[in-house]
Design a protein around this ligand. Structure first.
Ligand code: GDP
Ligand code: GDP
Length: 436
């Protein structure tokens, strides 16, 4: 099921990033060896009252040296295009400024629900001063303070009220959704074309609708797939779509809707820093991942070339040690038949449930093989483990003291679980919880 998207807009310095970081805050979990994914984040998951949604900080989309007004218009447009609900943020200390009115005008014309947040209302006395903001025409203003974390609950109550009702179709069916990510020119469009066996016809935009990606369904060996293609949607002509952050946001949205993410590498130009960063997004999202080495036709293939290249991939993408590596050529279609079976397998593993009793046998065996560690004289005791979720498979291990579960021991348990159940292609998560 697609999560609702909330965008924060407003002129610079009203506190958009502060609120963004607060709402997203603890949810940003950085896996130790994932390359700098979270640094330039403008799109992230958040949660309120058990409702998960995605949040965009449009202030992070910058258009080089364009004048402020152009920047603000573009940011408001991103919000209108992408979001289900818009938080329009103003500064309670400044009153209504001309720039606020400009943003208001643009938002007003869209049909999107707008929640007006008056930030920097740091103490209750200041609440008296927010009534002038009714004049912006978006109804009741919500006083908040990003610095002190005040008023956010009331504001979010209002935000989630505007979320559209969702149909349950996307989650429940058996269709395997996958997307392709990678830096420009690695061959994403070419691979989509080859998989679909036809030259892509660019679907013209339907008036009034915007789409993140072109979804193309197809069937192979009685399994239904959907390719989520963001590459094909490039350059609709708006300035902001050319910005790197915006294209990252697009990729993140496509990843979000996928079961499996193919992260492409160009064999001709080799592995680059940016490849790792892009692959990191898929890993962080907890999706099944396949590393596709494209343009394999350009490589002089001797016996061990593939092995050598795979070793290089492995040492560069340590955080993706579970991802299979597939070598192919989108252009000549050589080895392209090896891809879908991997997609299928990864997606099945991503959704796999294991039996609790067998899981616990595996844990008991693991403990016998490598006794749990002690820290400062206290020994980790593991009582019981159970799988709590799929997509990705997630396990809770009940222990005497979660802090005793060292990273390396957790990795050891993960590897034992992987060996026992075969989770190729999918990340798995392990949470240590105190037994109460
Ligand atoms: P953005 O440009 O809209 O993303 O604004 P920032 O989040 O970067 O904030 C701009 C400045 O306002 C920073 O110095 C923040 O510390 C400050 N700020 C943000 N929220 C509050 C608040 O609730 N109260 C006060 N007093 N300052 C705030
Ligand atoms: P995208 O930007 O990732 O969508 O990449 P494109 O699909 O547009 O491909 C970029 C360039 O790489 C084009 O000139 C393609 O013809 C070329 N290309 C794509 N796949 C292959 C391949 O497997 N082998 C070779 N030699 N060239 C390829």
């Amino acid at each position: 099921m697609r999560k609702s998207i909330v965008a924060i807009v407003g002129r610079p310095n009203v506190g958009k990033s502060t609120i963004f970081n607060r709402l997203v805050g603890d949810r940003i979990s950085i896996v130790e060896d994932t390359p700098g994914v979270t640094r330039d984040r403008i799109y992230a998951g958040a949660e309120w009252l058990n409702t998960q949604f995605n949040l965009i900080d449009t202030g992070g989309i910058e258009l080089g040296d364009e004048p402020l007004l152009v920047q603000m218009r573009a940011q408001a447009q991103v919000a209108i295009d992408e979001a289900d609900v818009i938080i329009f943020m103003v500064n309670g200390r400044d009153g209504i400024t001309g720039a606020d009115e400009e943003v208001a005008k643009i938002l007003f014309k869209s049909n999107k629900p707008v929640v007006l947040a008056v930030n920097k209302v740091d103490n209750p006395q200041m609440r008296e001063d927010i009534y002038e903001f009714y004049a912006l025409g978006f109804g009741e203003p919500f006083p908040i303070s990003g610095t002190h974390g005040l008023g956010l609950g009331d504001m979010l109550d209002d935000v989630v009220k505007h979320f559209p009702e969702r149909e349950l179709d996307e989650e429940d069916d058996e269709t395997i959704r996958f997307s392709l990510i990678g830096r420009p020119n690695v061959g994403k469009s070419s691979l989509v074309n080859s998989l679909l066996g036809q030259e892509r016809v660019i679907v013209s935009e339907i008036a009034g609708t915007t789409r993140d990606a072109i979804d193309t369904p197809f069937t192979k060996d009685e399994r239904d797939y959907v390719i989520i293609d963001t590459a094909g949607m490039r350059k609709r002509g708006k300035v902001y779509e050319a910005t790197e952050r915006y294209s990252i946001m697009r990729a993140l949205k496509a990843i979000e809707r996928s079961d499996v993410v193919l992260t492409l590498i160009d064999a001709e130009s080799g592995i680059q820093e940016q490849d790792k960063k892009i692959a990191g997004y898929a890993h962080e999202a907890g999706k099944a991942v396949i590393i596709v080495v494209n343009k394999w036709d350009t490589v002089d293939v001797e016996e061990k070339t593939m092995k050598e290249f795979e070793d290089k991939v492995r040492s560069n993408f340590r955080f993706l040690d579970y991802a299979p590596v597939v070598f192919l050529s989108a252009k000549t279609k050589k080895r392209i038949h090896t891809l879908l079976p991997k997609v299928l397998e990864a997606s099945e593993n991503h959704a796999k449930r294991v039996q609790t009793n067998i899981l616990n046998e595996v844990i008991v065996d693991a403990l016998a093989m490598n006794p749990s560690p002690s820290i400062k004289g206290q020994k980790l005791k593991i009582f019981y483990a159970t799988q709590v979720a799929v997509k990705p498979p997630s396990f809770v291990v009940f222990v005497n003291e979660p802090e005793l579960m060292h990273f390396t021991y957790e990795r050891f348990l993960e590897n034992r679980i992987r060996e026992a159940f075969g989770f190729e292609g999918t990340p798995i998560k392990i949470f240590a919880r105190k037994r109460t």
